[in-house]
Ligand binder design. Structure first.
Ligand SMILES: NC(=O)c1ccc[n+]([C@@H]2O[C@H](COP(=O)([O-])OP(=O)(O)OC[C@H]3O[C@@H](n4cnc5c(N)ncnc54)[C@H](OP(=O)(O)O)[C@@H]3O)[C@@H](O)[C@H]2O)c1
Length: 356
């Protein structure tokens, strides 16, 4: 059985959790894996026969201490990554744990050479539809971690389709950050105060507008839509941002201090909805007609009304199921995300080894 070479791009919070999990798990793995390349934005560590496992914890500690891979002995410039991957013989898998758009050409080139791909990075999957098509061409693309982190959302949708079910509608709360903020608003906090609190606690992106703008949810909605066979582009998704365009040019501190003006728009809407017993939630809706992302007023009886804190909730309406299928739980966090990535990698490694 040929060893499967593994290339990992990204050693951030998810990359480190993944490496730690791989180190714990790999000895009992049926598939034979060799971690041949590991890259951050500065450099790549490359060893065609595999980076020794004893070194992995030290590399993780090095990155956790905020040091770049370029300061690790023997590191090569990250610009050489494409060329190094070009030297690999199949079977190999590229695991993209960056948040970068730049990895797409490298992923496409690897895919053309028969590589498997495992993605936690949503951006390559949200590029133009032809790229999605090309990434899927050899049937060796896995991307469970991109939607709902460790929740098996993509597997559920693929399983239902493989079973011949027609999926009529997917409705989902896919932002842990917005879930947290609206839960705090339910508890009586002003919207702007909830945003500031989430920012202080590190629950938002460094710039909270990255969450409030809705694009992260829109990317997840696009990935769901494409998984269902819809040939949509990101621009086809109607996205409701929770701040006006003119606040886009402020610095982060300026935005946070100006956020009080959102209490008269989003905050006021939440208070009105709350007064009528309903709740305000930020949801993605995907149907065969298209996808939308934005604020919804949900009835007290809706499972979305009961949702509190950062958990995700996905409801799927499918052919023979009389009530929606529900999937709920943590939709972010390095550990649960790493679990989905490892499951995808092992699934691919087994598929690749059985063909080699
Ligand atoms: N965090 C979660 O709970 C979660 C859940 C689901 C999915 N995800 C997705 O998982 C991905 C990683 O998340 P994260 O939280 O680990 O992000 P992060 O901490 O920002 O780490 C990103 C990593 O990618 C590296 N990188 C950036 N550009 C690169 C390039 N061109 N080539 C190679 N490496 C590059 C960065 O290098 P430096 O270290 O040099 O900056 C860093 O190591 C993101 O796409 C995110 O959306 C995250």
């Amino acid at each position: 059985m040929a060893k499967v070479s593994v290339v990992v791009l990204g050693v951030g919070s998810v990359g480190r959790a993944f490496l730690a999990r791989l180190a714990r798990w790999a000895p009992s793995c049926h598939a034979e894996l060799a971690l041949v390349a590991l890259a951050d934005s500065s450099a790549v560590l490359f060893a065609p026969s595999g980076l020794p496992r004893e070194l992995w914890p030290a590399i993780v500690d090095h990155k956790a201490a905020g040091k770049p891979l370029s300061s690790w002995p023997g590191a090569q410039p990250v610009a050489e990554l494409g060329q190094l991957i070009g030297k690999l013989q199949p079977p190999f898998v590229v695991v993209d744990l960056t948040a970068s758009q730049e990895s797409l050409p490298l992923l496409l080139a690897a895919c053309e050479r028969g590589a498997g791909l495992v993605l936690a990075n949503k951006r390559p999957l949200c590029a133009r539809y032809e790229a999605w098509h090309a990434l899927n061409a050899n049937g060796l693309l896995r991307y469970e971690a991109t939607v709902g982190a460790g929740l098996p959302v993509i597997r559920l949708l693929q399983y239902l389709q493989a079973a011949g079910e027609t999926i009529r509608r997917v409705e989902a709360a896919l932002s842990g950050t917005l879930g947290y903020i609206f839960s705090r608003v339910d508890e009586g906090l002003a919207f702007s105060a909830a945003v500031r609190e989430a920012h202080r606690a590190g629950y938002t992106e460094p710039d909270p507008r990255d969450d409030l703008g809705g694009m992260d949810v829109a990317r997840k909605a696009l990935i769901i839509a494409r998984t269902l066979g819809l040939g949509l582009e990101l621009a086809d998704i109607a996205v409701e941002a929770l701040y006006p365009l003119r606040m886009g040019s402020l610095s982060v501190p300026e935005f946070l201090s100006a956020a009080a003006e959102l209490d008269s728009t989003v905050g006021r809407k939440a208070a009105l909805v709350h007064g009528s017993g309903r709740r305000l939630r930020y949801l993605a809706t995907i149907t065969p007609e298209g996808a939308t992302v934005g604020l919804r007023e949900v009835e007290p009886s809706s499972p979305f009304a009961a949702l509190s804190g950062p958990d995700n909730l996905v409801l799927v309406e499918a052919g023979s199921f009389p009530t929606p299928i529900r999937l709920a739980g943590p939709g972010a966090g390095p550990e649960v995300t790493a679990a989905a990535i490892l499951a995808d990698l092992l699934d691919l490694a087994c598929a690749l080894q059985s063909h080699s």
